[in-house]
Design a protein around this ligand. Structure first.
Ligand SMILES: NC(=O)c1ccc[n+]([C@@H]2O[C@H](COP(=O)([O-])OP(=O)(O)OC[C@H]3O[C@@H](n4cnc5c(N)ncnc54)[C@H](OP(=O)(O)O)[C@@H]3O)[C@@H](O)[C@H]2O)c1
Length: 290
């Protein structure tokens, strides 16, 4: 089976390409190699490679910047998803599309199931939701949308790397304690994505994150503790809790965005680990590779 991965230079795209399972070959196209906002380029790339599956891993992910660049976010997240779905339909490929917890408003107090009503509160969330709608409309029977959240990896631009940098240079950080979700290792997400890839019988929306729940503050405390245990940070670093109002950002973020992933766990039957276990593993990787 042949997969074509768009957005292959991002943190999820890179790990997808590094962990191609037996029975698959994969080609990756970075943003520079394929702009998914360009319909003709998408069609040409897919026609040339004739994949069995397209994995749509690229997106405009700068959540705050998107508030002042809505057209750029729309182009990648909504139109890009549509272009990939149209190209998949034209060539008979399936599409595995990654989406986000930011499609929800965050007012819930229990995990969001895949069929919960969406109400995105930011440009990023709205454009990602329009991308989902396009995929479901164009390719309802040959697509899976996997919503995930709070993704980090040993490399890339993410919360874990930011905390290590700030705690390493300043010795302390103030972190929001009233936004709750689930930190998710890109490696564990990619395991689930490849498992979805091998299941052509599945379609529609699924949720996938690591297990458990945390605030950004809890996540930062865990990073500080685990990193200190591995010698990546001194144990003297300090993490202080603040509330959202103390850290205003251009984009509104959901206060609660825990995803109910039971349907994915049941469908795939693969192991899913607690976020803190996966965090330790990723920090070990950082300790080993720098
Ligand atoms: N990171 C998270 O916490 C998180 C949470 C929930 C869902 N997601 C979703 O997970 C997926 C993967 O995200 P990630 O964490 O790997 O983000 P990432 O590291 O920011 O990677 C996104 C990649 O998409 C590329 N890209 C941007 N616009 C593009 C375009 N028009 N055409 C082709 N590629 C384009 C980016 O390239 P440039 O850098 O060159 O622009 C980048 O390489 C995305 O769909 C994202 O919405 C992420």
């Amino acid at each position: 089976m042949k997969a074509l991965i768009s957005g292959a230079g991002g943190q999820v795209g890179r790990i997808l390409l590094k962990s191609v399972p037996a029975g698959w070959t994969a080609a990756g196209l970075t943003h520079a190699e394929l702009d998914i906002g360009d319909a003709a380029a998408v069609m040409a790339a897919v026609r040339a490679r004739r994949p069995d599956l397209i994995i749509s891993a690229g997106a405009y992910t700068a959540v705050d910047k998107a508030e002042s660049e809505p057209e750029a976010a729309e182009r990648a997240n909504a139109m890009g998803a549509r272009h990939l779905a149209v190209a998949a339909r034209e060539t008979g490929a399936r599409l595995l599309h990654i989406s986000t917890d930011f499609v929800f408003d965050g007012s819930a107090s229990r995990p969001y199931p895949p069929d919960a009503a969406t109400d995105p509160q930011s440009v990023y969330g709205r454009t990602k939701r329009r991308g989902e709608e396009a995929v479901l409309q164009v390719l309802p029977d040959a697509s899976v949308i996997v919503r995930t959240a709070w993704v980090y990896a040993a490399a890339g631009n993410n919360f874990v790397r930011t905390m290590l940098r700030l705690l390493g240079s300043k010795g302390h950080v103030r972190v929001i304690s009233d936004q709750v979700g689930t930190p998710t290792s890109a490696t564990s997400l990619v395991e689930a994505l490849w498992a979805f890839a091998s299941r052509p019988d599945l379609k529609g929306i699924y949720h996938w994150t690591d297990l458990g729940v945390a605030s950004w503050y809890d996540f930062a405390v865990a990073i500080a503790e685990e990193a200190a245990a591995l010698g990546l940070l001194p144990s003297s670093v300090r993490v202080d809790p603040i509330v959202t109002e103390e850290y205003p950002t251009p984009a509104r973020r959901p206060a609660y965005s825990v995803l109910d992933k039971r349907s994915a766990i049941e469908a795939l039957g693969i192991p899913v680990r607690h976020w803190r276990v996966n965090l330790r593993e990723v920090l070990r990787e950082i300790a080993a590779t720098g």
